[in-house]
Each structure stands twice: as C-alpha cells, then as structure tokens.
Design a protein around this ligand. Structure first.
Ligand SMILES: [Zn+2]
Ligand SMILES: [Zn+2]
Length: 298
C-alpha cells in the first residue's frame, strides 16, 4: 500500500480521500493533519471515476479537478445523512456546467432514489434554492443494497446493506486484480464479525472502515450507528483483508488523539492507518508498514 500526493496512475485501482471526518465538519489547528471535511472519496478503476458520498469534502474534489472531470459522473451514496450529502450543491464547477451529468446512486431506501430526500433538504427554508436550478443534469437512481450495480460502460460494483440507522451501503470495487471495500457508516453487531460482511470483504487489498469511536468510548455511544478501529481490525483479520483505512473520524478526535490511536492500531495491524484528507492510495501496490506522512496537495 502506498500513499502519496501524486496524481492517480493510468491503470490500477486508486482511492483518494477528500473528506474523512464523521458527523460534522471541523476546522482549526487541531485538525491540520487528518482534516475536517465530511465523507467524500474518489475511486479510480483505471481512468474510470466513481465518487463515494457528497460530504463537505466534495467541495475540495471539485476545486482540485476544476474542469478535468468526466462529463458523466457516478456518485454513489453510502446513505443520505447530512454529513454525506451536504457538499452536493458546492461541487463546483461541476454543478455549474450545463454539459455535466451527475448520476446519483442510492441503495439504502429499498429501491427509492435520493431525489425526494434531496428535494426536501435542498429547498427553502433549509436551503435558498432547489437543486433543479443548477445548470448540470442530476439523474437519481435507486437500487436495493445487496445488488450488483452494472453501469452503461459495463463497469460493475458490488454492494451490501450495513447496520446503521436507516441503513447504509457498503461498496466493493474489483479492478486489475485488486479489491477495495468501503464499509461506512456501520455499527458492528454481536457476534462479530458478521458472516455476510466477512464474505463481502474477503481478501480485500484495502478495506475502508468506520472507526468513529474506540472500544473504550463505544459503550456510551451504543446504537449511534458507528464502530471502532478495533472492530475494523477484527473484521480485517477474520476476512484476510490486507490493509485497513479508518474513516468517519470523530469530530472530537484531534490530530494528537488520532496519531496515538493510529500507533495503537498499527501495533495490532501494521498495515492499518487512519485516512488523511486529500491523501491518495494505490490499492494493493505495496504493503507499507505505516502511512507516508503527507504534504497537502492544494
Ligand atoms: Zn456519517
Ligand atoms: Zn449516517
């Protein structure tokens, strides 16, 4: 596993974290290393782009790529809670481009698309305008978590329903012999690891996992829909997952806290790391024992 700030390579499976904070954005000197934007990730299967979630990190994705994004984008929602949808209208310049098509994919509402929910969120008095005034074309697709998504160009992505209030969708990307699983938001179950989830992530080169809490913090946050890095390590070990990235970082976990947490985690699983906003990963390229410290790219 390598982490760098170089552009994604032409082939292979790559992942860039545009937002890794859970629940609410944070900012300030205590969050300089891991970042404060809420979930958004960019997955490239070769040059084929997928965006996962539209948290406030989506703004940075738009600002970084400017006009360099494909004219049709597939945006896969894990679910529609505010920390995963709040960046959508700020995905500029894409949403201001009349030639841009954004396909949203929502799988946690029993087949319903995100259209009605986003229409409720983005309307006065909660938001000054509705999304239909944006120059881009938004097409909303609904599916049932558990289905394999097949896109127009033949690309396929597997999905699984996760344990979270109103449900959430985990995604699995297989490309060029590498496997990436994104498993957030999720609360672990008892017993753990869950058999179906274990099969879903089996043999992944990288699993991205919801580590909002530590095992120590978890008892007072039971039922809130989130997990711990320790449960991520347990799942990774049981399923033969080669590397683990923790996201959905707690807003109260400062850089100092997260660095200590990462050291604890790497004592258990040397290829595990806590995701840093704006960093990118070449999935399965090399098993690093610890992440490379990153400089900001923009
Ligand atoms: Zn969330
Ligand atoms: Zn949620």
């Amino acid at each position: 596993m390598t982490m760098s700030n170089s552009p994604c390579t032409d082939d292979g499976l790559t992942l860039r974290f545009w937002g890794v904070r859970g629940s609410t954005p944070v900012s300030g000197p205590d969050y300089a290393e891991f970042g404060g934007s809420t979930p958004c990730m960019e997955v490239r299967c070769g040059q084929r782009l997928f965006l996962i979630d539209a948290g406030s990190g989506l703004y940075h994705c738009g600002q970084h790529h400017r006009t360099g994004l494909p004219k049709a984008i597939d945006l896969l929602f894990s679910h529609l809670h505010l920390d995963h949808t709040g960046g959508l209208p700020f995905f500029k310049p894409a949403v201001l481009d009349p030639e841009q098509v954004i396909n949203t994919w929502c799988g946690n509402l029993d087949g319903q698309s995100a259209e009605a929910a986003l229409g409720t969120l983005y309307a006065p008095p909660l938001f000054p305008v509705t999304l239909d005034i944006l120059p881009c074309t938004l097409r909303h697709h609904g599916f049932k978590a558990g289905q394999t998504l097949t896109f127009g160009d033949g690309a396929q992505v597997d999905t699984i329903l996760l344990n979270h209030p109103q449900g959430s969708v985990g995604y699995r990307f297989d490309h060029a012999g590498k496997r990436l699983c994104i498993i957030s938001d999720i609360e672990h179950t008892d017993p753990w690891p869950d058999e179906e989830l274990m099969r879903f992530v089996e043999g992944a080169d990288l699993m991205v996992y919801d580590g909002m809490f530590t095992d120590c913090e978890y008892p007072t946050c039971r039922g809130w829909g989130h997990s711990t890095w320790q449960k991520g390590v347990e799942l990774a070990r049981a399923a033969g997952v080669k590397a683990l990235a923790i996201i959905h970082l707690h807003p109260g976990h400062t850089d100092t806290v997260l660095r200590a947490m990462e050291a604890d985690m790497q004592a258990e699983m040397p290829t595990a790391f806590i995701a840093r906003e704006r960093s990118s990963v070449a999935v399965g390229a090399q098993a690093a024992r610890r992440p490379v410290t990153l400089a900001r790219i923009a």
